[in-house]
Design a protein around this ligand. Structure first.
Ligand SMILES: Nc1nc2c(ncn2[C@@H]2O[C@H](COP(=O)(O)OP(=O)(O)OP(=O)(O)O)[C@@H](O)[C@H]2O)c(=O)[nH]1
Length: 376
């Protein structure tokens, strides 16, 4: 998934990240529960006497492992879908934790598990430690899972506290450490997430800046190049109508020479503002291609419609000029307009050249006019 495909809403991004992290961390967990059960059962004093319950336990933990593996994250990245996946996955984690907690309690109680009791206790410690460090995205849920792992065993040890006092106290102490470690791990997870979100936002801001012309706040040449190629590829593949309007201010050098560069800058800004008034559809992409040359990419717009709008723009500008510092400054623009034609334009470059040639013709024929591309 590329950066631009990542969910942009902070809440949805946090859920998406949590899904990815949960998915990566949950895979191994399932294998170790199965392994721990197999060792506890097979190293008990009489595994064959417990064949039924041994196999049943193995089948159960194998099923939990399979469910974890087949529970694929949603293809959609809506927050509702992501939240649902997380909730369901936590059910699997709870069920596995409680089942292991009960298996440990059984091992502590049943004499047949005497030789493998240590395996079960060490596994409980390992699972709860892994839980505290790997699933700290949700503090309360993680705490509940640790308690499900721990409490059945502690309850048995409480009942046997005469003989098991040392183990009971040690496990209780370790549990308190785990809850503290979980708090710290949760804080660190949130901090890392915030940093990651800030980084993405910063990158998006820089990306936008690098594609924006600072004088007019229109998209710049870089933006045009990417957008134009993508839109042409899109109409080539799916059809539709894409029009391009190229505008070049007439004799702009004279404005600079006569009124100064700063007034020239204000003219460019005012020109862009005027473009925003006329080409106002959300799907119109307004760009400054460089110097005093501008472009409008009009999606789903037939040639005639693009021509009408461009002509309206040219006429308004010629009759009203631009208002700079309360003064009307005469100004005209030459315009080339064209629509992508799959038979005539092999690629984006050819299409651009056709419209640029029309603009050149508008200049050559005396300026302040609009020429349609490729009607020769
Ligand atoms: N103020 C200002 N001037 C700019 C900017 N970018 C380009 N120019 C000026 O725009 C002028 C363009 O001049 P030319 O290419 O000769 O074009 P023109 O004078 O508009 O003449 P025609 O296009 O042939 O009608 C140059 O004087 C550039 O210095 C800018 O960002 N600000």
């Amino acid at each position: 998934m590329t950066d631009s495909e990542l969910p942009s809403q902070p809440h949805t991004f946090a859920l998406w990240r949590e899904v990815q992290d949960t998915r990566v961390r949950t895979r191994l967990g399932g294998i170790y529960y199965l392994l721990a059960w197999l060792l506890t059962w097979l190293f008990s004093s009489a595994p064959l006497d417990m064949l039924g319950s041994g196999l049943l336990g193995s089948a159960f933990f194998a099923l939990m492992l399979a469910l974890r593996l087949v529970h694929q994250p949603p293809a959609q990245t809506s927050s509702a879908c992501l939240q649902l996946w997380i909730d369901r996955h936590w059910y699997l984690i709870y069920i596995t934790s409680l089942s292991w907690g009960l298996a440990h309690a059984w091992a502590l109680q049943d004499v047949q598990f005497e030789p493998s009791r240590l395996i079960a206790t060490l596994s409980t410690i390992a699972f709860s430690t892994a839980m505290a460090f790997n699933f700290s995205m949700r503090k309360e849920r993680c705490m509940s899972a640790i308690l499900l792992l721990y409490l059945p065993g502690l309850a048995v040890l409480m009942m046997q506290r005469e003989e098991q006092q040392a183990l009971l106290v040690t496990l209780a102490f370790y549990l308190s450490y785990l809850l503290l470690a979980l708090s710290r791990s949760h804080r660190e997870y949130r901090n890392t997430l915030t940093m990651e979100q800030q980084l993405i936002e910063q990158r998006e801001r820089y990306d936008l800046l690098s594609r924006t012309d600072s004088l007019t706040q229109l998209g710049n040449r870089l933006q045009f190049n990417g957008l134009f190629t993508a839109l042409v590829a899109n109409v080539q593949r799916h059809g539709g109508q894409l029009s391009l309007v190229l505008l070049d201010i007439d004799f702009f050098k004279r404005i600079n020479d006569e009124y100064g560069h700063s007034t020239g800058d204000q003219c460019l800004h005012a020109f862009a503002e005027r473009m925003r008034v006329v080409f106002r559809r959300d799907s119109d992409a307004l760009l400054r291609l460089g110097g005093e040359e501008f472009g409008v990419l009009m999606m789903d717009t037939p040639l005639e419609q693009a021509r009408e709008l461009a002509e309206e723009f040219r006429g308004n500008l010629a009759s009203q000029g631009l208002e700079i510092q309360g003064q009307a400054l005469p100004m005209t623009t030459s315009i080339g307009v064209g629509s992508f034609d799959a038979r005539r334009d092999g690629n984006a470059e050819a299409f651009f050249k056709r419209v640029d040639d029309a603009l050149y013709l508008a200049k050559a024929e005396g300026r302040d006019r609009l020429v349609l591309a490729g009607l020769d």
